[in-house]
Ligand binder design. Structure first.
Ligand code: ADP
Ligand code: MG
Length: 488
């Protein structure tokens, strides 16, 4: 049944597409591949320069010499053991995080600090599973036995996955895959926009099967890598090994299948592999940025086949989900992050979870680097590029409502003459915000607050300004209110 003859329509075009579409991907195939990899490193390096500052960068990062970027491992050489150790203890996580933010999945850094290739492995992969140091020829690579946890992010587990309304279906489906001994539904097709947890769930499936049913052979790879390996096999006229390798697994997971849209021969091969596995009752799990029906550039029969199993989409995040994720992230860091800061982030960073995590990591990194305590104000400053002040005009009514809600008092207390501090203080804060967020004059504000005199408003604004300097709880409140008012 296998077609061995579709080799001729592969090739240059597919190969070029790969490198054009994903400059930053590790497996791009092109003539100046090593230059591209080095460029990736340069971007990472200049990114960390902004984060850690010029002095630290010159001392520790600049002396590193880029070697290679292969299979998720950045190979570097350091001028001394000191540099090597320092980078290991202080910067490896940061570098990996930056790489990740550039969509370069880096699981480890390897630093060689003397001529004798004394390789140090700075991997946080579970022990014994660290990526191999030896460089393998592509051919050997494709023959290599599939290591089921190779390339999996150790943080992407079910226990680290926060479940909420937007992702409960996808989560339940993923759980079902690991709980059944045979194929639960074929395929399980996960789809969503970027940064919403598809890859996380797929890795979680792999980790879980690996520990529960170690005999079940799991293979996870990106569609891009699938294509890369396929092209390599064609080049080496070794498609048999390729086929055997993919068809001998019990669970095949291919991430981001939209990548093979328009790549006809890869699609064809994928379709054969897919059918062979499904016919054999093996589990297939796929992810994409669109539903099977919306995958343009996919052959119709493949598209329809992809939708036969379970199709689960992950929806845009909700405030609750974002806050939940932040709370669990907070538990894993040493510095203290006030609730108000988490609320602020959950309100402001709404695009996706990757960005939310990125923002959280940035403020934590910033705080520990410069030894600053984390406050809403500090978060706002640190993330100023992400958070652009909204241009919407806020009204005094909005302010009064929001402030009353925040302090759990009645809106009518904004106009009342009650002087209890629990009421007077929020009222003063509202006056302060009215002065800061609107163009109203003191007398106008006074009228809106139950006909108070303009001097009362002036006094309130001054009082709040003074309090903000020393009272961090109050300044968090004010910052949070400010952000709530400027984004809805
Ligand atoms: P996608 O593959 O959909 O683009 P990822 O799986 O790479 O997204 O997720 C992006 C980031 O967000 C990862 O760091 C991941 O751990 C985190 N993430 C996504 N969903 C959740 C969740 N429900 N709970 C905790 N972290 C999550
Ligand atoms: Mg992904």
């Amino acid at each position: 049944m296998e077609k061995e003859s579709h080799n001729e329509d592969i090739s240059q075009t597919d190969v070029e597409n790969v490198s054009q579409e994903k400059n930053f991907r590790i497996n791009s195939i092109s003539k100046n591949e090593s230059e591209k990899k080095e460029e990736v490193w340069n971007v990472i390096s200049s990114q960390i320069r902004k984060d850690i500052g010029e002095t630290a960068w010159r001392s520790w990062i600049k002396p590193l010499e880029f070697g290679d970027l292969k299979d998720g491992v950045i190979h570097l050489s350091a001028s001394s053991k000191l540099v090597c150790d320092r980078v290991k203890s202080h910067y490896s996580d940061k570098l990996r995080l930056i790489a990740k933010s550039l969509s370069v999945p880096v699981s480890a850094l390897e630093i060689n600090w003397n001529e004798l290739s004394n390789l140090m492995n700075i991997s946080d992969a579970p022990s014994g599973r660290a990526p191999r140091i030896t460089e393998m020829k592509d051919k050997e690579l494709s023959r290599k036995a599939v290591s089921s946890t190779h390339g999996l992010d150790p943080r992407f587990t079910f226990s680290n996955f926060f479940v909420g309304k937007p992702n409960e279906l996808a989560f339940a489906a993923a759980r079902r895959v690991v709980e059944s001994a045979t194929a639960a539904f074929n395929p399980l097709f996960l789809y969503s926009g970027v940064g919403l947890g598809k890859t996380h769930l797929m890795h979680a499936i792999a980790w879980e099967i690996n520990s529960r049913q170690p005999n079940r052979k799991v293979m996870y790879l990106s569609a891009e890598k699938f294509m890369y390996r396929f092209i390599q096999a064609l080049r080496h006229k070794d498609t048999m090994t390729f086929k055997e390798q993919f068809r001998s697994v019990d669970v095949l997971m291919i991430d981001d299948v939209q990548f093979i849209s328009g790549k006809e021969s890869t699609q064809e091969e994928f379709f054969h592999t897919f059918n062979a596995l499904v016919d054999d009752g093996k589990q297939v799990v796929l992810s994409a940025d669109k539903s099977p029906t919306d995958l343009s550039g996919m052959e119709e029969r493949l598209r329809s086949r992809l939708g036969w199993g379970m199709v689960a989409d992950i929806h845009a995040t909700t405030y609750e989900l974002r806050l939940g994720i932040l709370i669990s992230k907070r538990d894993s860091v040493a510095v203290s992050v006030p609730d108000a800061v988490l609320e602020f982030l959950a309100h402001k960073i709404t695009s996706n979870i990757r960005e939310l995590e990125g923002a959280f990591n940035r403020i934590v990194a910033h705080a520990s680097l410069v030894g600053r305590t984390i406050t809403v104000e500090m978060a706002r400053e640190t993330l100023s590029d992400l958070i652009r002040a909204s241009s919407r005009r806020v009204t005094i009514d909005d302010i009064q409502k929001q402030v009353s809600k925040h302090f759990s008092i009645r809106t009518s207390d904004m106009f009342s003459a009650r002087r209890a501090r629990s009421i007077a203080r929020p009222r003063q804060i509202a006056m302060y915000l009215a002065k800061n967020l609107t163009t109203s004059s003191y007398p106008e504000i006074g009228r809106k607050f139950g006909g108070r005199d303009h001097t009362t408003i002036m006094h309130a604004v001054k009082k709040v300004e003074e309090l903000l300097i020393h009272d961090s709880e109050m300044s968090d409140d004010v910052e949070l209110l400010r952000s709530l008012l400027s984004d809805n």
